[in-house]
Design a protein around this ligand. Structure first.
Ligand code: EPU
Length: 429
């Protein structure tokens, strides 16, 4: 089942849920390492990256199990049992499969005073260094060396030694570096201040979860986070529900833009999606808050706009493949600038195979809208670009076969079934 088979279909209509955010759930799972005992997370999506993170936690000594699905068909609660003694290592076989595994570094240093985490390699969309993570954790007192492809960190004086709260100034508001330093700081001695912190809603979600575990954090969701370190944390008393996935919501809004129609995403949070909702509006997809959820509707041809990706609250790089796909069939010319990941235009070659008129030059793409795309066999180069190619197939004449579906399964519960439930002609083979 490595392929999506897509044919143009009817307009989309119906109501769906986005589900819990991958980029929060993975960090909440890592945060469970910070306190021994039984942690319960609700709304963790059934996606491959969550399975990989469960394996990472398993290698560290925690047990991860899923309870049966909820009555509404949503994913059952995820239970993480964290033992007193951990194995402070994340092996290469797992980190290689999922770069986000690096977020166990902060919790392991905080809990064990040491951590060996395989160095993540590059991604399909460019080099992904971890220097900002290491700088932040070093500021709290950790020492690092690279040994046989692993980052080996320790807190001098361990066992028993703790990190020490400090002022950490990030040169760039890296999302996962903020997660890592936040999770290290909650068990450090004294107060940590993170300046130029990432402001993503998923960072605020992690801080809220840590707060339920007893951590003292102020300012999460802003660029200055303050943390008063605690001696110990405990599992949150109630199941903690993961924040909804804004990238899945945006995927569905883009699908409506391309196919036309009207779709409600019940759990989507408009306050987490200001910029992309504004861009969608300019392109021709109206997104409105209603009592049922966020309602996206579109009719007729889309309009071209310029787009530049920026750290949150700017237009996220994760939305870009969907926006580019919409511009491919919009009226006019749009200039798209990627400011985060150097290689995140590689999927454009695949869109060109479908008849799109896109020219890339370094960090920029010039997209001239054409009336219709033409179905072709294409390959998903990464998660979000893969989903965008599926959407492109929905407005391409004939059949589009998107291979490399495994990339898409990393972050979408069952994208084909979700789109089919709205009337699209998308299957797996
Ligand atoms: N960077 C460095 N050094 C570092 C860390 C980052 O130079 O130590 C650079 C990166 O190379 C990149 C930029 O900073 O150019 C942005 O990286 P950031 O660290 O903010 O991204 P991330 O934390 O690695 C998360 C999401 C990504 C999402 C980005 C941007 C997770 C697991 N991943 O990555 O999501 O694109 O933030 O918002 O939270 C995805 O879901 O498919 C995905 C890739």
């Amino acid at each position: 089942m490595d392929r999506f088979i897509v044919r143009p279909g009817a307009q989309l209509h119906g109501t769906v849920r986005a589900g819990g955010a991958k980029n929060s759930a993975l960090k909440l799972m890592a945060a469970c390492l910070l306190a021994p005992g039984r942690h319960v997370l609700a709304g963790v999506p059934r996606i491959v990256d969550v399975d990989i993170m469960a394996e990472v936690l398993g290698a560290i000594g925690a047990r991860v199990a899923r309870r049966p699905d909820a009555p509404d068909g949503g994913p059952g609660e995820l239970v993480v049992e964290t033992p007193e003694a951990l194995v402070p290592a994340a092996p290469y076989e797992l980190v290689e499969r999922m770069r986000a595994s690096v977020v166990v570094l902060g919790p392991l240093l905080a809990r064990c005073g040491q951590a060996t985490v395989a160095l993540p390699g590059g991604d399909d969309f460019g080099s992904r260094p971890v220097d900002i993570h290491l700088h932040g954790l070093s500021t709290l007192g950790a020492e690092f060396e690279t040994v046989h492809g692993n980052v080996v960190g320790r807190v001098p004086g361990a066992p028993g030694a703790r990190l020490v709260g400090q002022r950490v100034v990030f040169e760039y508001p890296s999302h996962t570096a903020t997660d890592n330093v936040l999770m290290a700081a909650v068990l450090a001695k004294g107060t940590t201040v993170i300046e130029n912190a990432a402001r993503e809603p998923e960072v605020a979600d992690l801080a809220a979860f840590l707060g339920r575990m007893g951590a003292r954090i102020r300012g999460a969701g802003t660029s200055r986070i303050e943390v008063d370190g605690c001696d110990e944390l405990r599992p949150a008393p109630e199941p903690y529900r993961v924040v909804p996935d804004r990238v899945v919501s945006a995927t569905l809004f883009a699908a409506v833009g391309l196919a036309g129609g009207e779709v409600v995403v019940e759990d989507a949070r408009i306050d987490h999606m200001d910029m992309v909702v504004r861009k969608m509006g300019e392109i021709g997809v109206a997104v409105l808050q209603t009592p049922e959820g966020l309602r996206a509707s579109a009719q007729g041809r889309l309009h071209s706009v310029d787009v530049a990706t920026l750290p949150y609250p700017g237009v996220a790089t994760d939305y870009k493949p969907f926006l580019v796909t919409m511009l491919c069939v919009a009226d006019g010319v749009g200039i798209v600038t990627e400011n985060l990941f150097s290689g995140r235009f590689r999927y454009v070659d695949e869109l060109r195979r479908m008849g799109a008129d896109v020219r890339t030059e370094g960090h920029h793409a010039v997209v001239r809208g054409v009336r219709r795309l033409s179905g072709a066999p294409v390959r998903a180069p990464d998660l979000r670009a893969g989903a965008a190619l599926v959407l492109a197939g929905m407005v391409a004449e004939g059949e589009t076969v998107v291979s490399g579906a495994g990339h898409i399964d990393r972050g979408y519960e069952d994208l084909a079934a979700t789109l089919r439930s709205l009337g699209a002609d998308v299957t797996r083979a």
